[in-house]
Write a protein that binds this ligand. Sequence first.
Ligand SMILES: [Zn+2]
Length: 246
Amino acid sequence: MFYRTLEEFKNASGYTVGSVWYPRVTAIVGMKAKPGLYKFYAEQESFEAGEAVKAKSAEEGTLTHDTVEAILRGESPVIPETIKPVIEAFFNFLNSNKVEAKLIEERLISNKYRYSGTMDVLAEINGRLGVLDVKTSYSIFRDYGIQTSAYVEALNERKNLPELTRWILRLDQSQKCLKCPAVLRTKGGNIKVRGEKNFCNHEWSEMIGEAELKELPPYQKDFNAFLACKTLWEWENEFWLSRINY
Ligand SMILES: [Zn+2]
């Protein structure tokens, strides 16, 4: 990444809490390469077109996030037409599990390892307490564990909490072919068909929402990977970090 000024670097990659600047969890996690991204860009008309799809897709993800968090706060937000199926799936998830949000969009700090991040939700699900991270993706990727491990460590530094678990709640919506296993997703205006085995003159269902909860293993291994990302991130940004009292 290129930054013109120290302020730009600090704003883009961290938070200032009190008088201390902390690098942001998502900036650190971003150091890990994502080979899937190359494939995504290769399928786009141009780099700029890919950037536009990514930006729009992020906007859609934020809309789902904000709506879900409002519901968890006990509010009754207006549900935009475009995300009705996925929110319906989220309501089904709430109805079939005992879910209580303890903290939502909470800023967390690790003073021990010096970083900061904003956790989606600290939740109690069916009697157990853990970090709940909401993803709007077609699958649950192992990488997600790196981000949530950083939140668990920061929460552990607060000391007054029992042992925490971690979950990914994947919320998505797609259309299924009525004649074969293919699935069609529309993300950021980009249409993608997955799971096609044979030629099929697809016949698509209505948009169907999905809510998949997955518990992640104990966080230590993922946290080691997070610290490795952080070491690499510090190396990459040495120029700027040497200009602050880091
Ligand atoms: Zn088909």
